[in-house]
Design a protein around this ligand. Sequence first.
Ligand SMILES: [Zn+2]
Length: 472
Amino acid sequence: MRANWRRPLIHALLRVTGSPVPSALDDARRAAALAPEALRALQEERLVQLLQHAWKHTDYYRRVLEEAGVVRAGAVDLACYDRLPLLTKEVLRSEAAALRARALPDSRKPFVNRTGGSTGQPCEFWQDSTYDAVNTADKLHHFELFGKQIGEAELKIWGAQRDLVRDTGSTAARIKNFLYHRNVASCATLSSESIREIVERINRIRPRLIWSYVDGAFAIARYAEQHGLAIHAPAAVFCGGGTFLPPMRTAIEKAFGCPAVNFYGSREMGVVAGQCAEGQGLHITSHSHVVEVLDEAGRAVLDRDGDLVLTSLANYAMPFLRYQIGDRGRLASKPCACGSPFPVLESVSGRSMESLLRADGSLVSPIYLITLLGGTLGSGPVERFQIVQEAIDRVTLKLVIDGSFAEERVSADVALVQQKLADAMGAGCQVTTERVAEIPRQPSGKYLYTVCNVSPMAPSLEGLRAAGEGGS
Ligand SMILES: [Zn+2]
């Protein structure tokens, strides 16, 4: 193993610059060593502090916390916390000014952030430097569990253009990347050339850890497998940014020769949960988050799928209390078999919008569809595609065609992708193709391969798993 001279240097720089990251990292380590009851007590203590702050310094929470009986004359009653109305994206937009704290402790520097807007208009919100440090520390702490220390080489394979620009677009960012031994690759679009480039880069850098959009890692894994490309094995591939299905785990672990780690977080909430080093459940960062799972009636449930409702204990600039993020998950009633005090999120799945619906009610993973049709891209006439489901029995495949190809070749390729999609959607679904000049991006700059305009009955993860398994 190569000597890691960066680690002591980074630690020294963090201390000298007064960064809050080292103490947040110590806090995460301490939390992991607590008994479950002590960790719950710590979580409650932090929730009480946050509620007092929200009540005191934001107009919105002053009103709703009083109405729900959570805070009365400054005194917090946690027994009423589940009566607090959910923070929806609509509330986030309409009450933006009233949600922002009028005052903050001096140590917390506020900054603006925004959601990706993959399922609607992007939404702006405020976070602060303490939240940012906790988010970084929770990530570093989880990397440690899989044997990756600060300063060891890492590769980030990312899909969001905005983050790629932030991570590589300035001299300061490049110096930081050098210091942290971090490399950044884009999976915003993946052609066979770009996949080969990324694989060559991995083999050259030999990263200790890869942190990737799950669809990006999956596409690379499938391509490497199909073309017999050998990939240097890191300690782990951390996967985020989408629903992590069993066939993806299998393909990524095989191609990269290491564990594929399910990692759940978001721009609004930071690192919410990361997979256990010994099992497949995810440890919830309960020193910095409160995670609830609610059924259709809004009741808290364990051991079954429901809507995820999240509270960040770290963000004081704009408190997110009982935030309905739009993802689904399942909380375990039992503690993790590894002995960790963190509660376990057994599974987490992305927005149902991501998947298409088969007539039999099962879901078709968009990643599966992308991979299926993506093979037809590359050097052929199909430049881009988007699958739009208008009804349970009707799907339109929009195609951007490269005009330099002969019509015969275009027709043959279009017929091929149409047939593949029809096979994937199953009997009873009509697939039509439409040639378009352009497929517009989302306001976030995100490009959607699949758009589902059918409102699904709350999909179960079993449905997702079945769709993923059956499709691979
Ligand atoms: Zn565990």
